[in-house]
Design a protein around this ligand. Structure first.
Ligand code: FES
Ligand code: FES
Length: 165
């Protein structure tokens, strides 16, 4: 039995035919839509490498069934830069060395964008660390990551935050 779903991915409508209802959103993005920026780390909801925004909320795409998100609006790391300019969170990660090998970085950045949009952390590094705790970094770049989120948060005005994704 086939399932047809329509998603808006990074602002573009994508119609996909699924042959198996068990396909995850992560595999759909990586293998069907060739958006390989979203990484597969653990494939079981433990590392956050696969974080994408679904209707503005942070989601582990490896735990999400694609068929459950028919009609959803998805933002992946590929959708953050606009008109050749990095998203402020991406720029802040570079400025603060918020990565080493880079494998966890797409998930970290998308998670940070979602976190800033949520507007729950103020300028408290401890709260940022807690709110980013679902995104693991085996290289231990946590200090730079927290600094990057703090700086990006400061740079983004409230209206920018609403439009950030
Ligand atoms: Fe999804 Fe690790 S790959 S949480
Ligand atoms: Fe290597 Fe985070 S930068 S796992």
């Amino acid at each position: 039995m086939n399932f047809s779903i329509s998603l808006t991915v990074n602002g573009e409508r994508r119609d996909v035919e699924l042959h198996d209802p068990r396909v995850t959103l992560l595999d759909l993005l990586r293998e069907r839509l060739e958006l390989t920026g979203t990484k597969k780390g653990c494939d079981r909801g433990q590392c956050g490498a696969c974080t994408v925004l679904v209707d503005g909320r942070r989601v582990n795409a490896c735990l999400a069934l694609a068929v459950s998100h028919d009609g959803a609006e998805i933002v992946t790391i590929e959708g953050l830069a606009k008109n050749g300019e990095l998203h402020p969170v991406q720029a802040a990660f570079i400025e603060h060395d918020g990565f080493q090998c880079g494998f966890c970085t797409p998930g970290q950045i998308v998670s940070a964008v979602g976190l800033i949009n949520e507007g729950q952390t103020d300028d408290d590094p401890e709260r940022i660390r807690e709110a980013m705790s679902g995104n693991l970094c085996r290289c231990g770049a946590y200090r730079g990551i927290t600094e990057a989120v703090l700086e990006a948060q400061k740079k983004l005005t409230n209206s920018d935050r609403r439009n950030a994704a």
